[in-house]
Design a binder for this molecule. Structure first.
Ligand code: PHE
Length: 372
């Protein structure tokens, strides 16, 4: 039988409580009789409809119709009723549905819902692995801003204003900086090397740090370029650091990363902030250094058949760089150091045999799942 809201004649606590209980019981009975979506909607409307729903009627009859002195108590029961009815309605469902009475009957013997755990992105995984190798050697990790000033990205790294070496960096400049002095103008850092200076300004020698981070260059995206990529910088400064220390450290790191059979090889190069400068090559870990691979001796692509792969730039910190942080204990006559910088994305490409750098940045789950 359909429930009709009674008009209270008695506003005592007992009478109101009884009316409350009857109304809740009626609502529960009504909810249990819902068998399809249409009935569920009708049930909700019957109780909640603004104009003439049961709750509205309760409000009219119990509260508005209450004598002045009973309004407080009536209000209390009307509010309690609204809360309880809303609860029943929110939990109402088409019966026969599996979730029926879910709260009361959880089957704890069923297997739980498994949430897929994400996987570390291959570039991040490579980055952490490289950082880990240096941490074991006693290096700590430093970071710096991606939006950098001309001073840190260039000037303090011994790239004087207008020097042609700046052209090699394909810099993306932040717009609207012309009114500032050149050294304060903002740009997207083209390498992690500015954090060398930032760290030396903060920490006195000796230091050993690695600096992982993103960098930007004005390169259109293709299979081996991306306008955003990742680098890991290294810097060691002490009183008697030599090129031999640089060689030994990097040789050890390459063996730790690519296996103990890789050989390293240094070729002269140029960077304004290191002197002498070098590029480090490792024996190609795809073809083992022979330049050919597979049963039919196919030419090895990653090393362009040379048997060697370039992995980083490095060198001894140029004394001109120390001049910029001299006041913090870096007197170029007293300290020496080495620095290196490597492209993480390229190493991840080689390590995982991926043939297009763009896969790393497109977020395609089919690609990323393979690293899970
Ligand atoms: N910053 C250089 C680059 O991005 C790499 C480098 C770092 C070279 C440290 C020497 C020393 O090309």
């Amino acid at each position: 039988m359909a429930y009709a809201v009674p008009k209270p004649t008695d506003y005592s606590k007992e009478a109101l409580e009884k009316a409350f209980t009857e109304c809740v019981a009626a609502c529960l009975t009504d909810a249990a009789a819902v068998h399809c979506d249409a009935e569920l909607k009708a049930f909700r409307d019957r109780w909640m409809a603004r104009k003439s729903g049961i709750l509205t009627q309760v409000n009219e009859l119990w509260l508005k119709g209450a004598p002045k002195e009973a309004k407080g108590l009536a209000g209390f029961w009307v509010n309690a009723l609204k809360a309880r009815i809303t609860e029943i309605i929110d939990g109402a469902h088409v019966s026969g549905d599996d979730s029926a009475g879910a709260a009361e009957s959880v089957d704890i013997t069923l297997p739980g819902v498994r949430r897929p755990i994400g996987a570390e992105h291959p570039v991040m995984r490579t980055m952490h692995e490289i950082v880990g190798v240096f941490q074991k050697l006693g290096y700590s990790v430093a970071e710096g801003p991606v939006v950098e000033t001309d001073y840190y990205n260039f000037e303090a790294l011994n790239f004087p204003p207008n020097h042609p070496a700046r052209d090699t960096q394909d810099t993306l400049f932040i717009a609207g900086q012309q009114s500032k002095p050149q050294r304060e103008r903002l740009l997207l850092r083209t390498h992690t090397s500015p954090v060398q200076i930032r760290t030396m300004e903060k920490m006195r020698p000796p230091i050993r740090i690695v600096i992982p981070g993103t960098v930007h260059r004005n390169d259109p995206p293709d299979a081996s370029h991306s306008p955003m990529f990742h680098q890991i910088e290294g810097l060691a400064v002490d009183t008697s650091i030599t090129f031999g220390d640089l060689k030994g450290t990097l040789d050890h790191a390459m063996k730790a990363l690519f296996g103990s059979s890789v050989k390293t090889h240094f070729r002269p190069s140029f960077f304004p902030f290191t002197e002498p400068s070098a590029e480090l090559y490792v024996t190609c870990f795809i073809c083992g250094g022979s330049g050919r691979r597979g049963p039919d001796d196919a030419p090895c692509r990653p090393c362009k058949q040379t048997g060697w792969i370039e992995v980083l730039g490095c060198g001894m910190v140029d004394p001109n760089v120390f001049e910029f942080v001299k006041d913090n204990g870096y007197d170029p006559k007293k300290v020496s150091g080495f620095a290196f910088g490597m492209g993480v994305d390229r190493l991840a490409l080689l390590k995982y045999g991926v043939d297009d750098l763009q896969y790393f940045f497109q977020g395609d789950v089919r690609f990323l799942q393979q690293f899970g």
